[in-house]
Design a protein around this ligand. Structure first.
Ligand SMILES: Nc1ncnc2c1ncn2[C@@H]1O[C@H](COP(=O)(O)OP(=O)(O)O)[C@@H](O)[C@H]1O
Ligand SMILES: [Mg+2]
Length: 215
């Protein structure tokens, strides 16, 4: 499991003095559109250098980004996954276990947004990194697929950091929630703490309806 520390990070006016420790298995960053979630993930992944502050991160980080097609370079889904895991048979096994073997021969660039997102998440995880960073992992996914992604992620022994405006998903999968507004961390804690303290309500954000207070 990888550990991240973000200390007094500034990126223009997009992130303002953000300090954050990630030690839990699953941490989700939630907040309104434009609050800086994607920028914070990119700083944590090392894709953006902060103007001020410091970030410590694990050496091997997998990512699935808001545009999942950015993850792809190969002519077929099977080749894409084979390169990541090192063998065709293992790649096929992973696709079968997710019920996605029908996508094996397809070009990843012709997949629907939901399918592309699933494959980009599977690629990030299958690489066996110390940490996985997932930007809006449930965008374009049906309820059934969200549940399968939930199980895939919870069953992994890897640090997972998610940015999401899907509060149902974030609250049910996470050990810790970080609330970001206008580039500032305005609250953090267990999902229960964050709800009880009303951090989402204060920002006028919806609260999860079907969350029963546990994973
Ligand atoms: N490269 C950039 N240059 C300038 N402004 C940016 C850049 N990237 C994002 N922004 C702005 O920073 C803010 C935060 O964006 P973002 O991190 O994508 O938020 P979120 O993921 O929470 O929607 C937005 O106002 C966005 O317009
Ligand atoms: Mg975003």
């Amino acid at each position: 499991m990888g550990v991240f520390t973000v200390e007094n990070v500034w990126v223009k006016n997009i992130l303002r003095d953000v300090t954050l420790n990630v030690e839990d298995k699953v941490t989700s960053i939630v907040g309104p559109n434009g609050s800086g979630k994607t920028t914070l993930l990119r700083v944590m992944a090392g894709l953006i250098k902060p103007d001020k502050g410091a970030v410590k991160r694990p050496g091997k980080i997998g990512g699935s980004w808001q545009n999942p097609y950015f993850s792809f370079t190969k002519p077929t889904v099977l080749e894409e996954l084979s390169e990541t895991v090192g063998s065709k048979s293992e790649a096929l096994e992973i696709l079968r276990s997710m019920g996605l073997e029908n996508l094996a021969g397809k070009s990843p660039f012709t997949l629907s947004m939901g399918q592309a997102r699933l494959i980009s998440i599977i690629l990030a995880v299958a690489w066996k990194p110390e940490a996985v960073i997932l930007d809006e992992p449930t965008n374009g996914l049906s309820c059934g697929w969200k549940a399968r992604v939930w199980r895939l992620l919870r069953n992994m022994n890897t640090t997972i950091i998610i940015a999401s405006h899907d509060v149902e998903f974030a609250f049910t999968i996470s050990d810790k929630i970080v609330v970001l507004n206008e580039g500032i961390v305005v609250g953090e804690g267990s999902p229960r703490d964050v709800l009880e303290k009303g951090y989402l309500r204060t920002l006028g954000l919806p609260e999860p309806e079907n969350w029963r207070g546990g994973l």
